[in-house]
Design a protein around this ligand. Structure first.
Ligand code: ADP
Ligand code: TYD
Length: 207
């Protein structure tokens, strides 16, 4: 039985989720809460090495199956090494991306199949699921414009283009429809402060 609470943040690239993670981290810190923040892929020594392989633009020959299994491998490691122990200690765990990213990016956008990826997700996490997932919904065009403003070079996945991001969004919308309330959809075009207020309201009494 896990004593902590597991909260994940999802959406297409540039949707604004890292901004909100940062705000929630600051909020928890100033309220003296015991929390852990991690991001996927990465968050462990092994996972960060897998992340480099996954995001390296030089790896253009990577097949969709290899990509999927590398994301799942990084996830298996962070789940066992970091997330489960923290939850068992009663911590609040915030994760910037978790298995819904694989369902949306690899399952939907890469065409590997949402059900197929769903079963690999369960294998990688040993059945651990987030308690609450915030999905930041925005069009691919708007997210691209935001990424332009951020001014960073695109990684291998971001280079897949606008149509790919649109398909990722479709994947998330499908997941949100069938999530039994776990996934909370946020209109990511609202202001940063409005979105943060919505997140705090959702988490009221839970954190
Ligand atoms: P992600 O982590 O989802 O890729 P970021 O949080 O880094 O996205 O946000 C991408 C860019 O959009 C950043 O420059 C950020 O300041 C800006 N941004 C984030 N949230 C909003 C918002 N609600 N409205 C307008 N701009 C935003
Ligand atoms: P990252 O720089 O962490 O992106 P962001 O700041 O948008 O979260 O890069 C992670 C990239 O990997 C991002 O494009 C989403 C993608 N991804 C997948 O395709 N599948 C996955 O399972 C995960 C966790 C991420």
């Amino acid at each position: 039985m896990m004593k902590g609470i597991f909260i994940t943040f999802e959406g297409i690239d540039g949707c604004g989720k890292s901004t909100q993670c940062e705000m929630l981290k600051n909020h928890l810190e100033s309220n003296g809460k015991d929390f852990l923040f991690v991001r996927e892929p990465g968050g462990t020594v092994i996972g960060e090495r897998i992340r480099e392989i996954l995001l390296d633009k030089k790896n253009s020959q990577m097949t969709a199956r290899t990509e999927l299994l590398l994301f799942e491998a990084a996830r298996a490691q962070i789940t066992d090494e970091v997330i489960k122990p923290a939850l068992e200690e009663g911590k609040i765990v915030l994760c910037d991306r978790f298995f819904d990213s694989s369902s949306a990016y690899q399952g939907m956008a890469r065409g590997m199949g949402m059900d197929f990826v769903g079963s690999l997700n369960m294998a990688a996490t040993g059945g651990l699921k987030p308690d609450i997932t915030f999905f930041f919904d925005i069009t691919a065009e708007e997210a691209l414009a935001r990424r332009g403003k951020r001014g960073e070079a695109s990684d291998r996945i971001e280079l897949a283009g606008l149509k790919f991001q649109e398909d990722v969004r479709k994947g998330y919308l499908e997941l949100a429809k069938s999530s039994d309330g776990r996934i909370v959809t946020i209109d990511a075009t609202n202001s940063i402060d409005e979105i943060f207020a919505q997140i705090l309201k959702t988490l009221e009494g839970k954190i």
